[in-house]
Design a protein around this ligand. Structure first.
Ligand code: MOS
Length: 727
């Protein structure tokens, strides 16, 4: 099925099952520890040996020798794979750094060996005995120092192009009110709960991996490219995932090493990355330095917007897309954006929840607050005044739906914004200085081709198969709701099977495209099955699917009986035309935050949070809310605590575990409210839904920063906002 014009009325609009706050189908399995994660698939590979990775202890240079003699002689050791004897490996185009070093070392903790033994303890002990000699080279690790050498990133790595509309320099120079400020965001870790883990098993030339990966088909392709084997020989299974946040979009070392280890050992091998290796071995959200210039009239009409961002990555990598949303969020006739890339020899920079949007809005939405203050305007009014219903760079292209003003107004009303004192540092509650902050949220709504297969059996049960993943988002549930709605059956007559490359290729989970795209693919397959059923029964186009039956005129038949003993099956995919050229499809929101800051110690506590979101039809208000409050929580982490500290001499992230890399815990987060505007967006898909998961984090950190400013009068432009920066 092709979606190349706005959706019309269709079975989803009945909203008998879709749109209901259904509990997650996998919820009980996950919370009771009975959803098996990759490392726990004892059933699939009962005899698996254990692989333990050795990570490089330098950040840049060459391996001169690896002495594995003592390790090989260690008890229980079965095989050792090293960078120097693994045979020729390819580099998948989605990876910048090699997953197994050699002879060059590209970053600290890059894998240099895998030790395979009968037990995890034996493999861990033997891994300590692997002696690696290096020739160290000088590296570059400090973004601030490397900024001067940053270059315009080549378009080949997907970087945002520089943009220029009108005459920014002249408009900025001539503006009555100006802001020119620089903001910094640090390196962030995905810090998902389930570490990267894989069990690999070979049967002749055929490889099966049980792994934790957001994008099953990418993993198949990238394993095949890296191992230089045909794609048809690789099966990837990833039905349950304990979080990803972008860190599991791409193939990582656990999967490759498990495959190499299993080949060397001649039996299945399981590999997980211990938490202290994850931070420097895998990928991270890169630090940014962002300069924002805003020029406005005294009445608050923005005429000039300039946003430049500097970030780092390994050679061949890309820049953080921090400026992307500045191109769309506010009107203004004269505008420019640019990203610049510094080569840094830290681990690979990569996508993390709302890549670019999250970082960019951390800066832009403080800048808007600062401009409002210069104008002596309410920051909501400033945003409203500069709203636009068309792409500011291309006015002939409207937003398919843009309700930012409604988000801001609704939030202001619900949050009690009118009680905010615009004078910073003037509201006291005992020892607490209290402040409120607001920020706008915007995030694109990408869509991806997505396929599914649906079967009807003689019990009237619909089974959906697609390689879609559920990274904790609720994919199982919204897919079941979609199939139930389309086929006119109850939710308990739908079985959903996900995360196996033997199933049709889905959108996967990333970029907040998964929910909308994968359910659209399931909808397409169900519509095909409906056609087949109608045809088999000789019913007319008026056939209605409801209550497990098909009805046409006076005729009615149960789905169970039409299926017969052999059942019926249909497969289809959704593919998206170029509606996104005609319409800019974004999701919008407004975040409101109240903080208390201890007047003596500077301790910051978030007291209240509210998000108002506009993101098309909400397929399941419960799972959607969970996505948004997860994003809000992550945004508080970015605002107040998350920071990987770079050792700029030795070139690694110092705080590489969850003791040193702090994320919010329950005690840090107050009750969170989420309001979804009741909308549908027919441009987006037949589901009329949009992405939710990444919108939730966008703007949150800036709302916290603005609240801290309102509470204290101290403007912090360098994240995270720790108490030392307030004193
Ligand atoms: Mo997302 S950063 O595309 O998982």
């Amino acid at each position: 099925m092709k979606h190349d014009k706005p959706a019309t009325t269709n079975p989803i609009d009945q909203l008998k099952v879709v749109g209901k706050a259904t509990e997650r189908i996998d919820g009980k399995l996950k919370t009771t520890g009975t959803a098996p994660y990759a490392y726990e698939r004892h059933d699939a590979a009962p005899n698996a040996a254990y692989g333990v990775m050795v990570g490089a202890s330098i950040a840049k240079g060459k391996i001169s020798s690896i002495d594995a003699i003592a390790a090989k002689a260690s008890p229980g050791v079965i095989a050792i794979v090293t960078a120097l004897d693994a045979g020729p490996l390819g580099l998948a185009k989605r990876n910048t750094a090699k997953l197994l070093a050699g002879p060059d070392v590209q970053h600290y903790h890059q894998a240099v060996a895998l030790v395979v033994a009968e037990t995890f303890e034996q493999a861990t002990a033997a891994a300590q005995l692997v002696r690696v000699q290096y020739l160290k080279a000088l590296g570059s690790f400090d973004l601030a120092a490397a900024k001067a050498t940053a270059i315009k990133p080549p378009p080949s790595n997907g970087a945002a192009p520089d943009t220029a509309v009108g005459n920014f320099a002249a408009a900025f120079a001539g503006a009555a009110v100006k802001l020119d400020a620089t903001y910094t965001t640090p390196d962030h870790a995905h810090a998902m709960m389930e570490p990267h883990a894989t069990i690999a098993s070979w049967s002749g030339e055929k490889l099966t991996v049980w792994t934790s990966n957001q994008m099953v088909d990418w993993a198949v392709t990238d394993l095949a490219e890296t191992l230089k084997i045909p794609k048809a020989n690789v099966r990837v299974v990833s039905p349950y995932i304990g979080g990803g946040f972008g860190g599991k979009l791409f193939l990582r070392a656990d999967a490759l090493l498990a495959a190499l280890g299993a080949r060397a050992a001649g039996r299945a091998v399981k590999v997980t990355l211990p938490r202290p290796l994850m931070f420097n071995n895998t990928v991270h959200r890169p630090a940014t330095i962002q300069r924002i210039r805003l020029g406005a009239s005294r009445s608050g009409v923005i005429s000039a917007i300039g946003h430049e961002s500097w970030s780092g990555d390994l050679k061949g990598g890309g820049s953080d897309a921090s400026v992307s949303q500045t191109r769309l969020l506010y009107s203004g006739a004269h505008r420019m954006t640019a990203t610049r890339l510094a080569v840094l020899d830290l681990t690979e920079s990569n996508a993390m929840r709302a890549p670019g949007e999250a970082t960019g809005l951390m800066a832009l939405e403080i800048a808007i607050d600062e401009l409002a203050e210069k104008l002596k305007m309410d920051p909501i009014e400033l945003r409203v005044r500069n709203d636009t219903q068309v792409d500011p760079e291309k006015p002939s292209r409207p937003f398919s739906q843009r309700s930012l003003i409604e988000c801001l107004r609704t939030g202001a009303e619900q949050f009690g914004w009118s009680k905010r004192n615009a004078q910073p540092g003037s509201t006291r509650d005992g020892r607490w200085l209290v402040g409120m902050g607001v920020a706008a949220a915007i995030r694109g709504n990408p869509v991806m081709k997505s396929a599914a297969r649906v079967r009807l059996d003689k019990a009237g049960v619909i089974t959906v198969e697609t390689d879609m993943t559920d990274i904790g988002t609720g994919s199982y549930t919204i897919i079941a709701q979609t199939a139930a709605e389309t086929m006119g059956v109850s939710l308990d007559n739908v079985v959903v099977k996900l995360g196996d490359s033997t199933f049709p290729v889905s959108s996967g989970s990333g970029g907040q495209w998964g929910g909308n795209s994968s359910t659209s693919g399931v909808y397409a397959a169900c519509m095909k099955l409906r056609e087949a059923i109608v045809q088999k029964l000789g019913f007319g186009a008026d056939a209605v699917f409801a209550n497990g039956e098909v009805q046409s005129g006076t005729k009615r038949t149960s789905l169970a009986s039409v299926a017969g003993d052999s059942g019926m099956v249909a497969e289809d995919f959704i593919e998206f035309g170029d509606l996104d050229k005609t319409y800019e499809q974004s999701t919008f929101g407004a975040h409101f935050v109240e903080v208390g800051v201890d007047a003596a110690t500077g301790e910051i506590r978030v007291r209240r949070m509210l998000a108002v979101c506009s993101c098309g039809r909400i397929l399941n208000p419960k799972t959607a809310r969970s996505q948004v409050i997860g994003g809000m929580t992550m945004g508080v982490g970015a605002a107040l605590m998350e920071e990987m500290v770079v050792d700029t001499r030795r070139g690694f992230f110092v705080n590489h575990d969850l003791a040193g890399y702090e994320v919010p815990v329950h005690a840090d987060i107050p009750h969170q409210d989420v309001i979804f505007l009741q909308q549908t967006d027919p441009v987006s898909s037949p589901m009329k839904a949009k992405g939710v998961g990444e919108l939730g984090i966008c703007g949150v950190a800036a709302a916290v920063a603005n609240a801290v400013y309102n509470a204290t009068g101290v403007r912090v432009r360098d994240y995270p906002i720790t108490l030392d920066k307030l004193l």
